[in-house]
Design a protein around this ligand. Structure first.
Ligand code: SMG
Ligand code: MG
Length: 375
């Protein structure tokens, strides 16, 4: 685990809801998004500013958290709890917020802003603090459900031409085997995986076993968030490795999943688990158990994307993550140097804190709502 950093003295926390148009609609088993709604956090401390991102969506479809719920719990409970303490070190944020049950994405966004402020004050990068061992990370892309399998193949072709080194396609009942077969037939050798976002039950085991024909890296979250035992049963049925996303909400959930045999690969998302420090703990646990991990994505802006690149540079991240270029989702990101794809990789920022600077004009352009909470 990272060494503790010095505490910062928090003076105020600014929240903004941003609406950022997507370059193309993104369809998963639970719906279609064409605008990203996200909360950006800015903390002002006695030693400088820090930025964070709360990766909720407008509706509670991926998980129980959603933007306006996160806003409420942040302004009424989480931010006041931090302001009441006065000073806080990054590793003290999660314990300080622990009495408030759940709301992990909201907590993660606040912790990231404190981490950024503390690291900038000490002139250290998030990547080095978390334990990064690489200066660039291989970039995978998550491809939404398209009109039909032929359209999916053309979309995948475009991403491969850009250089993405691994393709993930979204599946749902009725749009699974034929879609996967079409992509595999068109591109026999690419690293390919599928993500069901909890759309199946164990009664679909025969269909899911059909995925075994396509030489996939993994099938991600086929069953519900709390179906650990069913995932273990399914994993015994399939040759394709089962990877968990939604189910891994904490290091405890990860340990339970591994003990049950519910996953042989883990997707780590800092927002889903309550912060980047908890994410590192899950990385450490999986690494010790010989379980490969990869860095998931929540359509992050340049803030969360920079942090994800830092996390994905840790040694246990042995599979390419959903850490794509900003242009995969956004025409105008909110950082001055959005992540780009270079030879199938994304650079790990090395500057202090997140290592990215905010494009304040872009931030203003996308801001729908703003509030400052003071001590
Ligand atoms: O950031 O590249 C990204 C998105 C990756 O598919 C992605 N995320 O279940 O893994 C997942 C989804 C969650 C977001 S769906 C709106
Ligand atoms: Mg997923």
């Amino acid at each position: 685990m990272p060494d503790p950093l010095h505490p910062v003295s928090v003076r105020s926390v600014e929240l903004r809801v941003l609406h950022i148009p997507l370059v193309a609609p993104f369809t998963t088993s639970f719906g279609t998004e064409d605008v990203r709604e996200v909360i950006i956090v800015r903390v002002e401390t006695a030693d400088g500013t820090g930025w964070g991102e709360v990766v909720t969506q407008a509706a509670p479809l991926y998980s129980s958290e959603y933007t306006h719920g996160a806003w409420d719990v942040l302004t009424r409970f989480l931010i006041p709890a931090l302001l009441e303490r006065g000073t806080v070190a990054p590793h003290e944020v999660a314990p300080a917020l622990e009495p408030i049950v759940g709301h992990r994405m909201a907590k993660a966004g606040l912790e990231l802003a404190i981490l950024d402020a503390a690291l900038r004050a000490e002139g250290r990068s998030l990547a080095s603090h978390l334990g990064a061992v690489r200066d660039r990370v291989p970039s995978g892309v998550s491809v939404g459900i398209q009109r039909d399998p032929a359209a999916l193949v053309e979309t995948v072709r475009g991403y491969l031409a850009e250089g993405y080194v691994r393709i993930k396609i979204k599946i749902k009942p009725g749009r699974d085997l034929a879609d996967t077969a079409a992509v595999r037939a068109a591109f026999p050798d690419i690293p390919l995986q599928v993500d069901a976002n909890s759309a199946y039950t164990l009664t679909d085991a025969d269909t899911l076993a059909g995925l075994d024909d396509f030489d996939l890296l993994l099938v991600e979250q086929p069953l519900q968030e709390d179906d650990l035992v069913d995932h273990a049963t399914l994993a015994r049925r399939l040759r394709t490795p089962v990877c968990l996303d939604e189910s891994i909400v904490s290091r405890k959930a990860a340990a339970d999943a591994l003990a049950l045999g519910a996953a042989s690969v883990v997707n780590i998302k800092a927002g889903r688990v309550g912060g980047y420090l908890e994410a590192v703990a899950i990385h450490d646990l999986c690494r010790a158990a010989g379980i490969p991990v990869w860095c998931g994505g929540m359509l992050e802006t340049g803030i969360g994307r920079a942090a994800n690149a830092a996390l994905a540079a840790l040694p246990g991240f042995t599979l390419p993550g959903d850490v794509s270029a900003a242009s995969r989702f956004y025409a105008r990101d909110i950082v001055t140097e959005p992540a780009v794809l270079d030879d199938g990789h994304v650079r790990v920022p090395t500057g202090p804190g997140l290592g990215v600077e905010i494009d304040t004009a872009a931030l203003e352009e996308h801001t729908m709502r703003r509030e400052v909470v003071r001590a």
